[in-house]
Design a protein around this ligand. Structure first.
Ligand code: ME8
Length: 503
């Protein structure tokens, strides 16, 4: 069985998840579900990044005398949120876990043994928001361009990682492996950074008390990014379970937002090269989105809670919307008006209505039984869908499915089954079978995106049990819906939403 190991970033626990975190996590979940259906053994890892100064500050702000209980409570909230939203993660890594600390220690020792860690003095500007040193030249009006806050000046004795020693190797890897950094715009951005700006980084902090101690120097803690990136190894057994590690590493895909691409495509691969480990196959950085046109921020009060929006629209419609509306890899906007439009249009009209009218006509003209198979060919739809999914172009994959759906709605309009019922029952049977069979196939194509709706489609088509045991390749074969099966029309898939009450 081929294996597929994919990850999300591990998120800071200084706050609860918002729709941006949900976006990355849903994209990973769609892929995980898709790869499982294609027959891969999947490891889908997510988790929480707990050794950050931001978390320490949040613990204090929330009145916690001890940090660990705050981290336990918050990490629990992240995990519960993903569980409540049916994210199918296989493991959840926390950087305060023992298995992670062991891995970090082993990793540090390996890099040290390579001669890539040295001691030096550091003086520089540190942005706590980025958890990174920033250059004077990167500031806008003296403030971090992302966090809009003045960085602090830090001066301390630090351990450094010889990142600059990996410039040539990294450039060669980026050039030889076009799949390593995606999409291509990001590859160019990272390449030019590695080529022109990448310098050694400080990987310890003397002034900070919370974190994993530097092996052999208990006064210092390891820089949070150096620690956090290692989650991708500790999550699959590095330092604790050699067999699991040999099975899963290297990762097939790290999914990240564009804000953290340099950490993942410069620092991380250099760390791995130093430790003598293979590099992940692909790092894909998606874009950032605004909310109703504005940057999401606490001060603007427009932070979208994924649980809240899913409670109103349903989990599947929100998943669909996020991956259809915002091209994966591009920036975009999350607008509630657009969500409502796509809910009523794409989902209600195109999909819900196609199923509803097809089932109603099957009841009316064939007493609720699937008529004899007609010929048909949907191979091109599957090919387009698979190519899009393999390239992480979710919108294009959905377009392929929607193409088939819209064509089916057109088929109803042009063939007019209500007329055929009086004039040509053979043709009527062919049209109805075509529609029913296409819906069966659509349930497969939609399932990674709509994991709750797709099984309902199959139940209504009366083929849930039969489809359950099929492989992806079997599901593709035209004519899978057996003649004589009994359909059972159910509740509408996308009920009309109540108008928001006017105050
Ligand atoms: O950076 N649009 O964690 P984090 C799209 N702990 N995606 C968004 C978004 C938006 N407006 N806002 C956030 C960290 N994201 C580190 C990662 S990994 C070893 C350590 C998503 O909690 C996006 O995936 O700040 C981004 O990269 C991530 O949340 C940052 O999460």
């Amino acid at each position: 069985m081929p294996k597929y190991y994919l990850t999300t970033p591990i998120y800071y626990v200084n706050d609860v998840p918002h729709i941006g975190h949900f976006y990355t996590t849903v994209a990973a979940d769609v892929l995980a579900r898709y790869r499982r259906r294609r027959g891969d053994e999947v490891m889908f890892l997510t988790g929480t990044d707990e050794n950050s100064q931001k978390n320490v500050e949040a613990a204090a702000k929330n009145g916690y005398a001890e940090i660990q209980p705050y981290l336990d409570m918050m990490s629990g909230r992240w995990r519960e949120t993903w569980t409540a939203l049916d994210i199918s993660f296989d493991d959840f890594i926390r950087t305060t876990e023992d298995r992670h600390k062991k891995a970090v220690e082993k990793f540090w020792r390996a890099v040290e043994a390579k001669g890539d860690i040295y001691q030096g003095d550091y003086e520089g500007l540190y942005c706590a928001g980025c958890e990174a040193f920033v250059l004077e030249s990167e500031l806008v009006d003296g403030k971090c361009a992302i966090h809009k806050k003045e960085p602090n000046r830090l001066k301390e004795k630090n351990w450094f990682f010889r990142l600059s020693g990996y410039r040539e190797k990294l450039l060669a890897h980026i050039d030889a492996h076009p799949e390593f950094i995606q999409p291509v715009g990001r590859r160019n951005e990272v390449r030019s950074y590695v080529d022109k700006f990448m310098s050694d980084v400080s990987i310890s902090r003397e002034s900070m008390k919370w974190g994993i101690p530097v092996p052999g120097d208990a006064k210092s803690v390891i820089y949070v990014w150096f620690d956090a990136l290692i989650n991708y190894l500790s999550g699959v057994g590095y330092g604790t379970d050699d067999a699991a590690f040999a099975k899963w590493w290297p990762a097939d895909l790290h999914l990240v937002g564009k804000d953290i691409i340099k950490f993942h495509c410069a620092l991380w691969p250099a760390m791995l090269l130093s430790a003598g480990l293979p590099l992940p196959r692909t790092v894909f950085a998606h874009g950032f989105f605004t909310v109703n046109g504005d940057k999401m921020s606490k001060s603007l009060g427009n932070v979208v809670d994924p649980k809240g929006v899913c409670a109103t629209y349903g989990i599947d419609p929100v998943r669909y919307f996020l991956l259809r509306e915002i091209g994966f890899g591009s920036d975009g906007d999350f607008s509630l008006a657009r969500l409502a439009e796509r809910y009523a249009g794409d989902l209600g009209n195109d999909l819900g209505n196609l199923l509803h009218r097809t089932l109603s006509m099957t009841e009316k003209y064939f007493a609720g039984k699937v008529p004899a198979p007609a010929t048909g060919d949907t191979a091109a739809v599957w090919t387009a869908y698979e190519a899009a999914m393999d390239g992480l172009d979710f919108a294009a994959a959905l377009d392929a499915a929607w193409g088939l759906m819209r064509d089916s709605n057109r088929l109803v309009d042009t063939e007019k089954p209500w007329v055929l019922a009086k004039t040509d029952t053979v043709r009527l049977a062919n049209v109805m079978y075509t529609l029913l069979e296409r819906l069966r196939q659509l349930s497969w194509l939609l399932e990674p995106f709509l994991p709750h709706i797709a099984p309902k489609i199959r139940e209504q088509l009366g083929c849930a049990a039969a489809e359950q045991g099929k492989t992806w390749e079997q599901a593709k074969i035209w004519g899978g819906l057996p003649e004589g099966g009994t359909i059972s029309k159910g509740e509408p898939l996308f009920p009309r939403l109540e108008e928001p009450k006017k105050a």
